[in-house]
Design a protein around this ligand. Structure first.
Ligand code: NBG
Length: 809
């Protein structure tokens, strides 16, 4: 799909006239943006159609990736890159007096997710298409996505994120593919004259689900897959039943926000309805599609794989059963065998609060027929297991117990594969968290360490370093990430190391300008850029980072002549709206930033920047400029992490606990090229077993730590006494759930090591180079290939390019 400059310019100007009757000089940046987006979409549309038809004609098996979150970020630059148009478009627009970067900034992030889970789903979409694999995404088209974060007086304030307010050029509404989804009402089995039972669902609320499809453009291979997001509408024939705005709003609310406020019953119920909504719409449309194309449902497992991304889509299991049994009149045993073969499940966390549980009453009232089917699955599970194993195991693994439906149990029992997202995490699932299930189904368990779309995180986000890589090792890494390893040949090459330093400096200076524009804070762009970017959560321990900064500040105040390695601490994080404690941490970081950034005596030695509204596009600005990557979760709690991989790829040195994929990063780069500290997972579990952690003892026995902790409550940090007390209490009164005090001294020592390493620039640059060179193994391209081979059993389809080549021969 290459294009010449002349042809592009002609097409672009024609499109601008067609769309707006404007010339380049008259057009606003927004007009230019939509014009370019329309042209891009029109261009890949042909391959989109070819890809879809190719899947239909070759009858290859396809995967459907169900996820309640997708976080694609901006699409324009990635589409241009993947189409092979990026350089030409940039140069052509320049000829027309337009800076492509200005246009790219117009695009709102598609922010239909919260963090790693949703971003991983989007990295996978990119990689699945780029590997030419037949795969589709299935999710919800939230009108508002995740909230837009603002800081007011240091507090997080949530505003609606109106990403769709000016339309969305990438999506295509497909009215003809709408399906209906039923909620509420009453379900029972009616006995017919011949004695057979038929399921009846009486008085349901019927909602029309409309798909909006977005093309997922593969990297220069002509494959364009589909991300299908569902919106809810009132069915025309039901309009008469929705007379009031209030009634209509209930339907609109279904797809209004990601994560409705779950601190109340209505919010939780809405969330459950969302889950069933996209599960049912997606599953129905898959089966309808294959039936319409003449496939036999009796071997549907040979052409469909459904992936349950975390437990939110776990109702795929009973919904698939419902369609096969109730609608297609398949017998239960056959349908169940097929369901297990079709379904697979990824677990993304061991934190109990994220392993969904729904009260029976709620599930039954939201979808009574689905509840019946879950009950039957549970009944048969118990029946099948009784007598073969300990009753205790059955009790602990069954789907419904004590009035609660356990969604992870449903996903594991109803699928052929359960995987964790890093080696340690998968081991913990097998040995601890899901150990009972592992005993029942050992062969279902496997590991698939996460990966990242390296194209976005290097080629798009870091053109400066990308060019340096091209000059040094050639361009093959752009297609095959493992070729980054060629860089190892230059680990002692002073010229290359120097060029690496220069590239990093360019990115740091750019970020410094951005920081000044956004926050007014002027940072020293020669300081260490120390970065922690991720959701705000106690287990991720932004607090540990904060305590260390307090320590540095107190040191400098105590000894004004003291010189430290200058640092800029950069944070990006959203806290869940009802997560009070996380919000308290944000407030204290912001107040400390205010204090330190305005303290004349500190000068350039220390700055704190908490950038608002952390998002994919913001990450693309921060990551290329990072020197230090903070991955400091309590060992065992971070399932994998993926910002660790993105930062490593961009040459940051990881400062980490042995948690999640940090362990695999250490294995890749070696102990000398990463800074490790803190408790190990085994030590954390030993504390749990012996119940002998006493946070207070650490406070008591260390003068240094005491000073830091006291600073939270003694007025050192202004305007945050309430939050300071809350944090202080979490550490001392409630015994520090995440072992912050236990790891503090270790962390301080590790930070000193970082400062020391940085002072030897040559050594630092060599470490940085080794990190970049070894980042190829975390490419999502490889991760999805493993899912494709081991779990989904799908093969790359012929790309449209191959099809074209063959027909030309
Ligand atoms: C998150 C984990 C991360 C992991 C991502 C992607 C959830 C529930 N889990 O460690 O916390 O990297 O999933 O797998 O969001």
């Amino acid at each position: 799909m290459t294009i010449s400059k002349e042809l592009f310019k002609e097409k672009f100007m024609d499109m601008l006239t067609e769309k707006y009757a404007l010339s380049v000089e008259e057009a606003s940046p927004y007009d230019l943006y939509t014009t370019l987006a329309t042209l891009i979409r029109a261009t890949y549309a042909k391959d989109w159609g070819i890809t879809r038809r190719a899947y239909n004609t070759t009858h290859e098996k396809q995967v459907y990736y169900f996820s309640i979150e997708f976080l694609p970020g901006r699409m324009m630059k990635s589409n241009l890159l993947n189409m092979g148009w990026l350089d030409t478009v940039e140069a052509s627009l320049k000829d027309l007096g337009i800076d492509l970067e200005d246009i790219l900034e117009i695009e709102p992030d598609m922010a239909l997710g919260n963090g790693g889970l949703g971003r991983l789903a989007s990295c996978f979409m990119d990689s699945i298409a780029s590997e030419g694999l037949p795969g589709n995404g299935n999710g919800i088209r939230y009108k508002y996505g995740l909230f837009k974060q603002k800081f007011i007086d240091g507090y997080q304030v949530e505003l609606p994120n109106e990403w769709l307010s000016r339309g969305n050029t990438w999506e295509v509404r497909r009215d003809s593919k709408a399906v209906t989804v039923k909620f509420n009402g009453h379900a029972y089995l009616k006995e017919l004259e011949d004695g057979s039972l038929v399921p009846i669902h009486e008085n349901p609320t019927v909602v029309r689900a409309i798909p909006y499809d977005t093309g997922m453009v593969g990297y220069q291979n002509g494959t364009v897959n589909t991300l299908r997001l569902w919106d809810a509408e009132i069915p025309l024939e039901e309009e008469i039943n929705y007379r009031s705005i209030q009634q209509r709003r209930e339907i609109e609310d279904l797809t209004s926000v990601l994560y409705p406020d779950d601190s109340n019953e209505a919010g939780r119920r809405l969330r459950l309805m969302q889950e069933y909504f996209f599960v049912s719409a997606g599953t129905q449309s898959i089966i309808r599609h294959f039936k319409a194309n003449g496939y036999n449902l009796n071997n549907i497992d040979e052409y469909v794989a459904i992936h349950i991304n975390d437990t939110h889509p776990a109702m795929c299991v009973p919904e698939f059963m419902r369609i096969l049994v109730d609608e297609e009149q398949m017998n239960w045993e056959r349908a169940w065998a097929l369901t297990i073969k079709v379904m697979s499940y990824t677990n993304h966390t061991i934190l109990a609060e994220a392993l969904e549980k729904w009260p029976v009453e709620m599930l039954r009232s939201v979808q009574p027929r689905i509840y019946q089917i879950i009950e039957e699955i549970d009944r048969r599970f118990v029946e099948q297991m009784t007598g073969t194993i300990d009753w205790g195991i059955i009790e602990r693994t069954r789907i419904i117990s004590n009035g609660i439906v356990h969604m992870a149990h449903l996903a594991i029992i109803g699928s052929h594969s359960t995987n964790g997202v890093a080696k340690l995490h998968s081991d913990l699932l097998k040995n601890v968290v899901l150990h009972d299930f592992y005993r029942l189904y050992p062969s279902r368990f496997n590991n698939k360490t996460n990966g990242i779309a390296e194209r976005r995180w290097m080629q798009l986000a870091n053109p400066t370093l990308s060019h340096l890589l091209d000059e040094t090792i050639g361009t093959s890494w752009r297609f095959e990430a493992s070729d980054l390893y060629l860089l190892m040949n230059y680990k002692d090459d002073k010229k290359v190391l120097h060029a690496l330093a220069k590239a990093k400096q360019v990115n740091k200076t750019r970020l410094a300008k951005f920081i000044e524009k956004e926050t007014g804070v002027i940072v020293n762009d020669h300081a260490i850029f120390d970065v922690q970017i991720k959701r705000l959560h106690a287990y991720k321990r932004q607090l540990l980072n904060l305590l260390h900064i307090i320590k540095l500040y107190l040191d400098l105040k105590e000894d004004p002549k003291k010189k430290i390695q200058p640092r800029v601490f950069i944070f990006g994080a959203k806290a869940a709206p009802s997560y009070h404690y996380a919000k308290a941490i944000i407030k204290v970081i912001n107040e400390l930033a205010n204090l330190i950034n305005n303290d004349e005596s500190i000068k350039d030695q220390l700055k704190i920047v908490f950038l608002e509204n952390y998002s994919v596009s913001l990450a693309e600005k921060i990551i290329p400029a990072a020197d230090v990557s903070e991955q400091i979760s309590l060992a065992s709690k971070e399932a994998s992490g993926t910002s660790n991989m993105k930062l490593m790829l961009n040459g940051a040195i990881t400062l980490a606990t042995l948690d999640g994929a940090n362990i695999e990063i250490r294995d890749a780069v070696g102990d000398d090229n990463i800074v490790i500290f803190g408790l190990t997972e085994a030590e954390v579990y030993a504390y749990y077993e012996q119940a002998n952690y006493r946070a207070f003892e650490y406070y008591e026995s260390s003068v240094e730590l005491r000073k830091v902790i006291d600073a939270l409550i003694d007025g050192t940090i202004p305007n945050s006494s309430q939050e300071g007390i809350e944090i202080y209490d979490s550490l001392l009164k409630y015994n520090d759930e995440f072992f912050v005090l236990r790891d503090f001294a270790d962390y301080v020592a590790a930070q000193e090591k970082v400062a020391h390493l940085y002072s030897d620039q040559e050594k630092w640059l060599k470490m940085s180079l080794i990190n970049i060179a070894n980042a190829g193994r975390f490419s999502a391209d490889d991760t999805v290939k493993k899912y494709a081979e081991d779990i989904w059993r799908i093969k790359p389809n012929k790309t449209p390019q191959q099809v074209k080549d063959e027909t030309h021969d």
